[in-house]
Design a protein. Structure first.
Lengths: 114, 890
């Protein structure tokens, strides 16, 4: 299990990364994260939305309510220019951290099947 | 049956309870929830199971709310309000600071609120002090609980009359007969006496005589001398501190001599502290009761038949029960006084502490208060406070809804409901504290004027009253809290968006509030109307009494007392008087009408041994008395020289006495003789004169007996010319000094003494006028504040009306109409109440006015006018405002 701090730090880049692939709504984003992490990252569902709200406030994403075919109201998020810039910045940071750690520990051993 | 929609609705409702979860967030969460439920159902779980799982995954409302709250940058490092500690006393100064800032930003309304509330509190404090004072009479005596005044009643044909004065023999006999009576004292009050002491000579009015047990009943601290020895030595006298100083300066007065009326010597045996003002009897000199035996002019008759002159007080044991005693002593007079028909006499006892408040007999020592008076004053002051509080609440509520926009914005910025409530409360509590402080200051400044207005000495000693002070402070804060709670809860529950959009929340959201507010205005004005009516009626009654034709001439009557016996010389003096220019006529007598001279005694129409009797006043007069005062003789003759030699065998009576004797016509009474308890007289009726009022109009007319005994003359009454009064008086003074060199000249005017009878009414009426003015002022203050608020609310509406062509008069009428309806309603409520109060009050007077309809009409009209003026100012301003200005701001 990931530490709390790590989960917290990774939410922003994760979300921005997912949105790079196109606009998406909250529920889908959560499922995607679960998929990508193979289940090791499990966010409490409700915690996502305040973060999305914060991103919107900071101007990194823009939102739009859409009605689906089944008459369901969903709030869709997409990256703004500032969001893209932020995403690049995050990517740089994570890559540089990864490089340092790689140099320190050597190539990361493959995970045992657990 | 599980209903998904219903369950979701419930869940959303629960979420809304957290202030941080706005509608938008909840919508998004709902969408997530539905997706989750769909997924669950696709995986084969039931609807309900999926739902429960989904809401669990989403989390608690409060934790969600907290996360949202944290995303708000202005709340960095702060805990959400629902997690904050509720009440931190340390933050008190913080709340007060906030409150103060808010007050300053609405100076106008704050000022009105503070003014109104301070006045209300001041009124209450002042009246409270007075009531406390009035209730404290005589309570300072150590034995106060065991002291009773013994008095009696006697019935005649079923009607009982009561006397506060009692027979001289009553005290000692009661003590001998009933073991529960430990001690007694009689007290006699000398009315007016020349006192020579040291090298000073003055007329004094506060002279008393008492038995030696006096100081065992009543507590007075001795300044000089041993209290246990006071009044034990014959013909000794005790002085109060200031009297001692007055006559003997700083010398020790012990053993010095004091002379009364140039005749009676006393030796000073002690000095006590001055008698406090909250005593139902007061004195400057206290002499031994036994000394009365050597003073023939004193009303001292140690026989059972003579029931007047002194007051009897008893010290009783702890088991004493007043009612039981009165029952036990039912046959006291019959048994011990040796009077037939003594069964009609009853011994009664009244507790000392009750006298000032409840005893209103015709022969009280001093004018007493009454519980009615206390209730009336207390009610008035509570009314005034009520008015002020009503204004307070009214105005605060009105203001609060005006600030709806401000509230909405605050909420959007993150203020939570609880914060808003705290803010409101801190404002109103601060307001009330400020008002309290202000009113304390006002009380301290006004107290001396108020004391003289009410005729007492009241001081407000903070040290003695600090408990009261703290109680007052707490109640004031309570008023602030109560006043703030209502608008606070009402306003802080507004939804921000709704509030900002719908600024006219007053109109729609508050049908109930506007009824409440209207009701409050009506109440205020009802109270004001009642007070106006009360003021008018009291003044009318006063005027009526002052101007009442009492049946004798009282204009420019100079009354000059004589101390020495004039006896047959009176004629000489009279003749010389008549020679003085500007003297129209003169008469010598025992007492002018309403004078207290004369002998209060009784007539026994059925014989001396039959206790059946009624009270009479015997006045010794010269032959010109009746003509001098313009009193007509309706039957028989006047007293004249015709009766020389048999003066003690004839009397002239008044019509009232004729009735009391049972005769229909005055003629029928002529020639009959009746025993009067005075020196064993049984004079024959030779004449009947028309009734006149011989005492205050509080009381019914009395039976009067006139005899000719120059030996008893103690007054000359002179009718003088209104012109050149000063020189006339001077000439009279010279004449007097010639005849009575040993007595300083003094005089007074009869009509002044008559006016003085109603001094207490006058004072009472002044107090009520003042309070009425205050109450009306507060009502207007409230109305003013309210009007200005409502007018401002409807600024736009008025602007539009103007644009559409309404004239200034139309607008004026439009605005005033609402309020005038309220004032009319107030009248309808007030009139019956006022009528009832006044009828009750007038019951105290034997001679009273009829309450006429115009009093009510006038009061109603006056309040309407006042309301119009108050509202009018605002209305005119609104009506003449430029519509462009009012419609411009958005």
């Amino acid at each position: 299990m990931l530490s709390k701090a790590l989960v917290a730090a990774s939410t922003k880049p994760l979300i921005l990364g997912i949105l790079r692939g196109g606009e998406n709504y909250g529920y889908q984003i959560i499922q995607r994260v679960k998929e990508l992490s193979g289940g090791s990252i499990e966010w409490a569902d409700g915690m996502l939305y305040p973060v999305l709200h914060r991103l919107e406030k900071d101007g990194l994403v823009s939102t739009q309510w859409k009605i689906s075919d089944e008459n369901r109201m969903r709030k869709y998020y997409r990256l703004t220019e500032a969001g893209r810039a932020e995403l690049s910045a995050e990517m740089e940071q994570w890559v540089s951290v990864n490089e340092v750690l790689s140099k320190l520990w050597g190539p990361l051993p493959a995970l045992e099947q657990s | 049956m599980f209903n998904l929609e219903k369950a979701i609705k419930e869940w959303k409702k629960n979420l809304r309870k957290n202030e941080a979860l706005e509608d938008g967030y909840i919508a998004e969460l709902e969408s997530h929830l539905r997706d989750e439920v769909d997924k669950g159902m696709k995986e084969g779980e039931g609807e309900e199971a999926s739902f429960l799982k989904a809401i669990k995954k989403l989390g608690e409302a409060d934790s969600l709310g907290e996360e949202y709250y944290k995303t708000d940058t202005t709340h960095i490092n702060k805990r959400p309000p629902w997690k904050e500690s509720r009440w931190v006393p340390v933050l008190l100064s913080n709340y007060l600071k906030i409150g103060w800032r808010n007050l300053k930003s609405h100076k106008f309304y704050s000022a009105i609120n503070i003014a109104g509330l301070s006045i209300g509190i001041t009124a209450c404090i002042l009246v409270g002090l007075f009531i406390k004072y009035d209730l404290s009479f005589d309570k300072y005596h150590e034995n106060a609980g065991q002291i009773y005044r013994a008095y009696f009643s006697h019935s005649r044909s079923g009607i009982a009359s009561y006397e506060a004065q009692s027979p001289v023999l009553l005290g000692p006999t009661l003590k001998n007969v009933y073991p529960e009576i430990k001690k007694f004292t009689r007290i006699y009050f000398e009315k007016h006496c020349l006192v020579n002491a040291g090298d000073k000579s003055n007329y004094e009015d506060r002279i008393s005589y008492a038995d030696s047990a006096f100081f065992e009943l009543f507590t007075y601290d001795a300044v000089i001398g041993n209290k246990a020895q006071f009044l034990k030595k014959a013909n000794s006298i005790i002085l109060t501190e200031s009297t001692a100083k007055k006559y003997f300066g700083n010398e020790n007065p012990m053993g010095k001599e004091i002379v009364f009326n140039n005749k009676y010597r006393f030796e000073v045996a002690g000095v006590i502290r001055d008698v406090p003002s909250n005593s139902h009897f007061k004195f400057d000199f206290l002499a031994t009761y036994s000394s009365l035996e050597r003073q023939p002019e004193a009303i001292y008759f140690p026989q059972w038949g003579a029931t007047f002159g002194s007051y009897t007080y008893l010290l009783v044991n702890n088991e004493f029960n007043a009612k039981a005693f009165e029952k036990k002593a039912e046959r006291f007079f019959a048994t011990h006084a040796g009077l037939t028909n003594g069964e009609n006499w009853r011994v009664l006892v009244r507790p000392l502490t009750d006298i000032h408040l409840n005893s209103r007999l015709s022969d009280e020592i001093e004018e007493n208060s009454s519980m009615t008076r206390i209730y009336v004053l207390g009610s008035i002051s509570l009314f005034i406070l009520l008015l002020a509080c009503i204004n307070f609440v009214n105005l605060s509520t009105a203001r609060a809804s005006k600030r709806a926009v401000e509230i909405g914005i605050r909420k959007v910025l993150g203020a939570m409901k609880y914060q808003l409530i705290k803010q409101f409360l801190s404002e109103t509590v601060l307001l009330s504290i400020i008002s309290f402080v202000l009113s304390m200051v006002i009380v301290i400044i006004i107290l001396p004027y108020f004391s003289s207005l009410v005729g007492t000495e009241i001081n407000f000693n903070l040290n003695q009253n600090w408990i009261t002070f703290i109680l007052m402070f707490i109640s004031v804060v309570l008023v602030g809290v109560l006043a703030g709670v209502y608008p606070a809860f009402f306003i802080s529950s507004y939804q921000p968006v709704k509030v900002i959009k719908m600024k006219n929340l007053v109109q729609s959201g508050g049908k109930n509030t506007s009824y409440l507010r209207k009701g409050l205005v009506v109440l205020q004005f009802s109270i004001s109307i009642i007070l106006i009516v009360v003021t008018i009626v009291i003044n009318l009654q006063l005027k009526y009494m002052r101007g009442y034709n009492m049946g004798f001439d009282k204009e420019y009557m100079l009354v000059i007392p004589v101390r020495d016996k004039v006896d047959a010389n009176y004629n000489t003096i009279k003749n010389e008087l008549k020679n003085i220019p500007n003297v129209f006529s003169a008469t010598a007598c025992e007492g002018a009408p309403i004078s207290e001279n004369g002998t209060q005694t009784e007539c026994k129409p059925n014989g001396v041994n039959n206790a059946d009797a009624f009270g009479i006043r015997v006045n010794s007069v010269d032959f010109d008395y009746m003509t001098h005062f313009g009193v007509k003789t309706v039957a028989g003759k006047k007293l004249s020289e015709e009766f020389q030699g048999v003066y003690t065998k004839v009397m002239v009576i008044n019509e009232k006495m004729v009735k009391n004797l049972g005769f229909k016509n005055a003629q029928d009474a002529l020639g009959k003789s009746y025993f009067i308890s005075l020196n064993g007289y049984k004079p024959e009726i030779v004449g009947v004169v028309k009734d006149y009022n011989s005492n205050s109009l509080h009381n019914e007319m009395g039976s009067l007996v006139f005899m000719h005994k120059p030996n008893w003359f103690s007054e000359f009454v002179i009718k003088i010319n209104p012109v050149n009064i000063a020189s006339t008086i001077n000439s009279i003074k010279e004449l007097w000094t010639k005849f009575f060199p040993k007595y300083p000249f003094e005089y007074h005017f009869l009509d002044e003494s008559i006016s003085a009878l109603y001094k207490s009414e006058e004072r009472y009426s002044n107090v009520i006028i003042t309070f009425s003015a205050v109450a009306i002022f507060i009502a207007c203050l409230g109305l003013f504040g309210l009007t200005s608020f409502v007018t401002e609310q409807r600024k736009k509406e008025i602007g539009i009306r103007k644009v559409l062509g309404a004239s200034i008069q139309n607008i004026f009428k439009y605005i005033s109409a609402d309020f005038l309806k309220l004032v009319v309603a107030a009248n309808i409520i007030a009139w019956p109440a006022a009528y009832y109060f006044m009828i009750e009050w007038l019951k105290e007077y034997a001679y009273k006015i009829e309450i006429e309809w115009w009093v009510f009409a006038f009061s109603g009209l006056a309040t309407v006018l006042i309301a119009l003026l108050t509202v009018g100012y605002q209305a005119v301003r609104a009506a003449t405002a430029n519509p462009v200005n009012s419609l411009r701001s958005e």
